[in-house]
Design a protein around this ligand. Structure first.
Ligand code: ZN
Ligand code: ZN
Length: 128
């Protein structure tokens, strides 16, 4: 089983669990607004700071964001991860593209981006 199947499936399953729905609703009730910008629009989303805490999150393991800040944060995370992947791929001779070209190509293609991250990002650097 690849890392990709494992993480993606497990996580999607997890997001549907009663445990997570209850916990994330509690966080939204308590914190009310985005911790980054103070807005609650267009809607609120709970972000995991790390994935080791699944099933036993504490309040410190999550951050409440509005959908906009959450998306921005994940773009930053993706860029950081893809930069690491680019380094790995260059080392292995899998790409000849410059980092800029590589980021432009991978950020524009969600499927490709995911594939590359799950294939080339070392496990210990995975963050969500
Ligand atoms: Zn926000
Ligand atoms: Zn998140």
């Amino acid at each position: 089983m690849t890392n990709f199947e494992f993480s993606e499936e497990k996580y999607q399953e997890y997001l549907q669990s009663d445990h997570w729905l209850e916990f994330s609703e509690k966080i939204k009730r308590e914190r009310i607004v985005c911790e980054e910008c103070g807005s609650s629009k267009p809607w609120l989303e709970v972000h995991h700071c790390n994935y080791d805490c699944l099933w036993h999150e504490t309040d410190d393991d999550v951050i409440l964001y509005c959908a906009n800040c959450h998306e921005k944060l994940h773009i930053d995370i993706d860029k950081r991860q893809l930069t690491i992947c680019h380094r790995e791929m260059t080392k292995k001779g899998k790409t000849k593209k410059s980092l800029d070209e590589f980021l432009q190509m991978t950020m524009a293609d969600r499927q490709l981006k995911k594939k590359i991250i799950y294939k080339y990002l070392p496990m210990f650097e995975s963050i969500w």
